[in-house]
Design a protein around this ligand. Structure first.
Ligand SMILES: [Zn+2]
Ligand SMILES: [Zn+2]
Length: 283
C-alpha cells in the first residue's frame, strides 16, 4: 500500500524545513506523494516540486488559507492550485500584508506591557512573507522573555490575552471561490480542531470539494466521523500530518497514514474544476 502526506508546512510559513529537506524526508519515509500547504503562501511550491521530482516523489502544489465564518476560524486547503494564478497571488500578497501589520501591532502591545521585543526581531526570525503568532512566540523565547512557546501563548498571544490582535479574514465561500478560480480543489482542513461541523452544509453549498478526515490531532473516532460526513455530503476525503518540521518536538511527517487513492480522486476533481472553467467551444 502506498501512502501520502497532503498537509505540510515549510519555512515559507511557520514550518522549519526547506524544500529539499521536505523532499528528502518524503523519500526516506517512502511516501508516494506530498503536498506543501503553507499558510497564505504558495512561495515554496516551485522549489519543493523540483526537489520532489529529483527525489522521485510526486508533488501536489497546495496552500492553506485562513478564513472565518460566523466568528469561527477555518482553514481551507487548496490542492492543485495554479501557483502562478494572478488573482491568487494578489490576494495572498494582501493576506501577507495583513499578517505583517498584525505582527507590528502585537509587538506594540507587548511593548506596552513592558516586554522589550522588536518587530524586526520577529521578522528576522520568521524570515518569510507570511509571519504569524508562532514566530512571535519563538522570538519571545529566543530573546529570553518567555521560557517556552506555550508560555508565550498563555501569557500574551492566545485569543483575548493582552497581546492578541484580531486578524481580518475572508469568509469561507470567498476562500473556496479563490481556490477554484486558481484551478484548485477546496478542502476544509482539520475540522476536528475547529469544531466547524455546523458550517459544513453551508460550505458545501459554496462548492467545498472535500474534508481533511485524517489529521494528527484527529482521534480514530474523529476520523470515522469525518469519513461519514464526507460520504453523506459527497465530498472527497484527504489527510496529512500538518508537520511543521522541527519546531515543536518530533517532526510529524508521515505519521498520518493516508492511502494514495485519495490523490487520484483529488486529481480527477481538479480536472473537473479546470474543464468547467474553460469556455465551451461553439457547436
Ligand atoms: Zn490549519
Ligand atoms: Zn497546517
Amino acid at each position: 500500500m502506498r501512502f501520502v502526506d497532503l498537509h505540510l508546512h515549510s519555512h515559507f510559513s511557520d514550518g522549519t524545513y526547506r524544500p529539499e529537506e521536505l523532499a528528502a524526508q518524503a523519500q526516506r519515509l517512502e511516501l508516494a506523494a506530498i503536498s506543501l500547504t503553507d499558510h497564505d503562501s504558495v512561495e515554496g511550491c516551485a522549489a519543493t516540486g523540483r526537489a520532489c521530482e529529483a527525489a522521485g516523489v510526486e508533488f501536489i502544489p497546495g496552500t492553506e488559507l485562513t478564513a472565518e465564518q460566523d466568528g469561527d476560524e477555518l482553514h481551507l486547503l487548496g490542492y492543485f492550485v495554479d501557483t502562478e494564478n494572478p488573482t491568487l497571488l494578489t490576494q495572498i500578497a494582501k493576506f501577507q500584508a495583513v499578517r505583517q501589520n498584525r505582527i507590528r501591532e502585537m509587538v506594540a502591545r507587548l511593548n506596552g506591557l513592558r516586554v522589550p521585543l522588536s518587530a524586526d526581531a520577529v521578522f528576522a526570525l520568521a524570515n518569510c512573507r507570511a509571519p504569524g503568532r508562532p514566530h512571535v512566540a519563538r522570538a519571545l523565547v529566543a530573546a529570553g522573555l518567555c521560557g517556552t512557546q506555550d508560555e508565550a501563548f498563555e501569557r500574551f498571544l492566545k485569543k483575548n490575552r493582552p497581546a492578541w490582535v484580531p486578524k481580518f479574514k475572508m469568509g469561507g465561500p470567498e476562500a473556496i471561490a479563490l481556490i477554484h478560480q486558481a484551478g484548485g480543489v477546496a478542502v476544509l482542513a482539520h475540522p476536528g480542531l475547529n469544531r466547524t461541523d455546523a458550517l459544513i452544509p453551508g460550505l458545501v453549498g459554496a462548492g467545498l470539494d472535500g474534508i481533511e478526515c485524517y489529521h494528527t490531532k484527529h482521534t480514530p473516532g474523529t476520523v470515522t466521523h469525518y469519513l461519514e460526513l464526507a460520504e453523506r455530503f459527497h465530498l472527497l476525503a484527504t489527510g496529512g500530518s500538518d508537520c511543521h518540521g522541527l519546531n515543536r518536538g518530533k517532526p510529524l511527517m508521515g505519521t498520518v497514514k493516508v492511502p494514495y487513492e485519495h490523490v487520484e480522486r483529488l486529481r480527477a476533481r481538479a480536472a473537473e474544476i479546470r474543464s468547467a472553467a474553460l469556455p465551451h467551444a461553439a457547436a
